[in-house]
Structures are given as structure tokens and as C-alpha cells.
Design a protein around this ligand. Structure first.
Ligand code: NAP
Ligand code: MG
Length: 462
């Protein structure tokens, strides 16, 4: 795999300040495929200075021209989609068809949506005797995880550029090659020097330096709740804006009137996609007691069909962590009906598609984010019981409701403490706001709501 040995700062690849590197590992065969520089506070400082210097010019650039650069960026992502998919597959381990469809495909949709929004958004509004301007927040420090390595970058950088902000990105240490490809794409799209900057490195070093930097006006973070909490505290102390997209433990609620086979099939697929490494995955399946046994059989069958078609987990640490959760599930009395903690292959960080039955709402596997291909089937007695279970975690990121008709599902969904719900298998919408209630986060990404995160208002009275 191609790798840059520098940082992308102020429109060029520059040598890193230090000599440390990060080894990039292919999770399928555990081989080192590349080395990238491990950035330090010095690299972060250079990148923030470049972003600050570029801010006035980019903020003053007409929205139509900003839109044209984002459209050009989308076009580069389209032209280089095969290279992007191959890179994500190499460093994340996702099967190539999934990388092509989702990891390379979704960022094109999101970049395209912001090319349109940048051109059409009302950055100026009349309110009575005032004119209200939506102005860029300033320099954005973006910190992203590895599970959707390009999507999570584009979901921050595209709206930030549309708003007129400049950006310093610290991507996940496990997936820096995708981030380097993205920096190449930004360069090719003709985005002016300093508007986007990339510093690869470790979270507690480069990530922390970015979150703490005085020259950053907004920290936008996606990742674990533990790190998000710290970043929120740091930003709060500095009176800095912060956006947090954190974990989830979402419920797939199957009401008695639903098409059970469809709801279970789609539900299992939702968890197994990306090997369960999706923050919004519906990892708890809630089934009425009258149809519970049937649902368990269907889920076990659906998981078995996945066999070894799913990719590995991203790294050895996640591999150990997910297998530990499966052991804990067994120890707490849940019943394994598919998969298990045993590694299905000698090499690579693989975990078998796993289904637990007889899971009770308070078990660890029903409360904590596992981030692996594990789904838990929980029994409920009536709708109020289902709602209590669905809302009974610290998280509130996503969910699904299945019923005989949409109106019945909507009535239930409106009572859920969660940021987005798919009704009877609703499709992904790149314009719908994405983000969490409760400890799943602060703020929203995607669409016009995602753009608004990067804007602040100024009112002039006449
Ligand atoms: P993480 O540590 O929160 O990683 C997210 C990003 O934050 C990475 O770029 C990381 O850098 C960086 N980071 C780490 N410590 C930091 C610090 N002190 N200051 C600033 N930035 C820091 O997540 P993880 O360790 O990769 O995964 C652990 C768990 O988090 C998973 O099992 C899963 O439950 C959850 N997770 C959730 C999401 C989501 O989309 N909600 C995504 C990923 C993980 P490094 O890459 O160097 O660590
Ligand atoms: Mg980490």
C-alpha cells in the first residue's frame, strides 16, 4: 500500500517534526502493510497555524465557489473509488464489495449533498429589523475513528468547508492510509492551501494536542464515550464549541404485528455489516414473548448464513475485547444460539457471527457497546415493557421499529429516547440528521443540521 511519510499541511506533504511512526496492519493476515508518521504537538501546531492563516480567505470565499470545490472533491472521490475501496479493505479488513458499496460509495453521496447545500443554504436571513448572518465557527479540529474511515472524515470535512471553516484532521491510528488518500483528493480538487490539513498520529498525543490547542475553535469528535467525555471536558474548560458522536446500544423493536422474518433478517444483517463495528447498529433485538422462540430460530439461521463472509475486527485489542464480551454473556447466563468466543480462524482478527438468546435487559451484553458481530435477543411482555427496555441504557443513538403498518411503528418510535429510527426497514438518507440522545453524543451530522454545527450567528439591527 502506498503511504506518505509526511503530513499534509498548508497544501503540501511536509516532513513530520519527529521520527516516530505507526505501523498499519492488515487485520485479515496481521501483516504490516505500511508505516505512517506519528505526529506530535509540533505537527499539530504547524497544521493549526496553517488552518488559521487560511481561515479569513476561505471564510470570505463566495459559497458558490466553496460549493464548486466540494463538487470537485466529490468527483475525485468518484474517480478514485476503486483505490479507496482497496485501501479501506487493506487497513480495516472489510470485504471488498462492502468497501466499494459503503466505504467508498457513501462518502460520494455525502460530499455531493454538501456541494448542493453550500450553494443553496441561506447564510443570511432577515428577522424583523435585523439581518442575521451564519458565519463559520473558525478552525475545526476533527478527530475520527476507524470503523467508517472515509465516511467519518467526509461527514466532518465537507460541512466544515461548506460553512467556510478550515480544518485539521487527526484520523484513527488504525486507518491512516484512507485519510492520506482523502488529503490527496482534497489537493486534487483545488481546495486552497491550509484550508484542509492532515496530521496522522496517536490519540493521546496528536489527538489530545489538537483538542487542547488554543487555535482550534470547534472540536468535532467521533469515537468512544470515554474519550468523548474527556474531549468535552477539555473543550468546556476552554469555552470551545464541541460536537461528539459517541457510542450506541440501539434497539430493534419488533412489534407483534410485524413481518417477523423480514424484521429479524434485516436486523441480523444490520449488526453483521462491517463486522458489527457500527455505532448505530441495532445490537438489541426486542421480540414479544409470543414470537420469541420463532425469532431466535430465524436469527440463528440468518447468522449461520453469514458464516465466514464477514470481515475481521480492526485490531487485536478489539478482537480480545469482543471475545471477552461473548464470554461474559455466557457467564451471565445468556444462551448462545450461533457463533461464540472461539476464534474461527488461526490468523486474522475474526469473530463468528454470534447470536445470544435469553438475554435480560440488565446483562452486560445488553448494556455495553460490544462493537463486534454480536446480537442479543431480549423478550418483552407488552409495549410498555418494550419501551422501558428500549430506553433502558445510557445510550440513544439509533433504533428500528417494525409493525404491521407505519403509523403503529411511528407511534412507538416517537416514545423512544434516540436520535434516529428506521421505520419498517427505512433506507439510509444522507440528508437526515445523525446523532445521539443521552450519552450517545452532542450535536448532529449530515444534511443542513450537520452544516449548522459549523456556523455561528451574527445579528445586525437596523
Ligand atoms: P477511540 O479511542 O475513542 O478513538 C477515536 C479517535 O479518538 C481516534 O482517532 C483516537 O486515536 C482518538 N483519541 C484517542 N484518545 C484520545 C485522546 N485522549 N484525545 C484525543 N483523541 C483521542 O476509540 P477506539 O479506541 O478506537 O475504540 C474503542 C471503542 O470505542 C470501541 O470498542 C467502540 O465501542 C467505540 N467506538 C465507537 C465509534 C463510533 O462511531 N461511535 C467508533 C469507534 C469506536 P487513536 O486511533 O490513536 O486511538
Ligand atoms: Mg484508541
Amino acid at each position: 500500500m502506498k503511504a506518505h511519510d509526511g503530513m499534509y499541511i498548508d497544501g503540501a506533504w511536509r516532513p513530520a517534526a519527529g521520527r516516530d511512526t505507526i505501523a498499519v496492519v492488515n487485520p485479515v493476515d496481521e501483516q504490516v502493510i505500511a508505516q505512517v508518521p506519528a505526529g506530535t504537538a509540533e505537527d499539530v501546531d504547524a497544521a493549526v497555524r496553517a488552518a488559521r492563516a487560511a481561515l479569513p480567505g476561505w471564510a470570505a470565499t463566495a459559497p458558490a465557489e466553496r460549493a464548486a470545490r466540494i463538487a470537485a472533491l466529490r468527483d475525485v472521490l468518484v474517480a478514485r473509488k476503486d483505490e479507496i475501496a482497496a485501501t479501506v479493505t487493506a487497513e480495516l479488513g472489510a470485504p471488498l464489495p462492502f468497501s466499494q458499496l459503503v466505504h467508498a460509495g457513501v462518502p460520494v453521496l455525502v460530499a455531493g449533498s454538501y456541494a448542493e447545500l453550500a450553494a443553496s443554504y441561506a447564510f443570511e436571513e432577515k428577522v424583523g429589523n435585523s439581518t442575521v448572518y451564519a458565519e463559520p465557527v473558525g478552525v475545526v479540529g476533527a478527530i475520527t475513528p476507524w470503523n467508517y474511515p472515509l465516511h467519518q472524515i467526509v461527514a466532518k470535512v465537507a460541512p466544515a468547508l461548506a460553512a467556510g471553516c478550515t480544518v485539521v484532521l487527526k484520523p484513527a491510528e488504525d486507518t491512516p492510509l484512507t485519510a492520506q488518500l482523502f488529503a490527496e483528493a482534497v489537493d486534487e480538487a483545488g481546495v486552497p492551501a491550509g484550508v484542509f490539513n492532515l496530521v496522522t498520529g496517536l490519540g493521546p498525543v496528536a489527538g489530545q494536542a489538537l483538542a487542547e490547542h488554543d487555535g482550534v475553535d470547534l472540536v468535532s469528535f467521533t469515537g468512544s464515550t470515554a474519550v468523548g467525555r474527556r474531549i468535552g471536558a477539555t473543550a468546556g474548560a476552554a469555552v470551545k464549541r464541541v460536537a461528539l458522536e459517541l457510542g450506541g446500544k440501539s434497539a430493534n423493536v419488533i412489534l407483534p404485528s410485524a413481518d417477523l422474518a423480514k424484521a429479524v433478517g434485516v436486523g441480523v444483517a444490520n449488526v453483521m455489516g462491517n463486522s458489527g463495528q457500527t455505532c448505530s447498529a441495532w445490537t438489541r433485538m426486542l421480540v414479544h414473548t409470543s414470537r420469541y422462540d420463532e425469532a431466535v430460530a430465524l436469527a440463528a439461521e440468518a447468522a449461520a448464513k453469514y458464516g465466514d463472509r464477514i470481515g475481521p475486527l480492526v485490531n487485536a485489542k478489539q478482537h480480545a475485547r469482543v471475545r471477552g464480551y461473548i464470554e461474559k454473556g455466557v457467564a451471565e447466563g445468556a444462551r448462545l444460539v450461533a457463533g461464540g468466543a472461539e476464534a474461527p480462524r488461526e490468523q486474522g482478527y475474526f469473530v463468528s457471527p454470534t447470536v445470544f438468546a435469553d438475554v435480560t435487559p440488565e446483562m452486560t451484553i445488553a448494556q455495553e457497546e460490544i462493537f463486534g458481530p454480536v446480537v442479543s435477543l431480549i423478550r418483552y411482555e407488552d409495549e410498555d415493557d418494550a419501551l422501558r427496555i428500549a430506553n433502558g441504557t445510557v445510550y440513544g443513538l439509533a433504533g428500528a421499529v417494525w409493525a404491521g403498518d407505519d403509523a403503529e411503528a411511528v407511534a412507538f418510535a416517537r416514545r423512544m429516547d434516540t436520535g434516529q429510527v428506521d421505520i419498517n426497514g427505512g433506507r439510509f438518507n444522507p440528508l437526515a440528521p445523525f446523532g445521539g440522545y443521552k450519552q450517545s453524543g452532542v450535536g448532529r451530522e449530515l444534511g443542513s443540521h450537520g452544516l449548522a454545527e459549523y456556523l455561528q450567528t451574527k445579528s445586525l439591527q437596523f
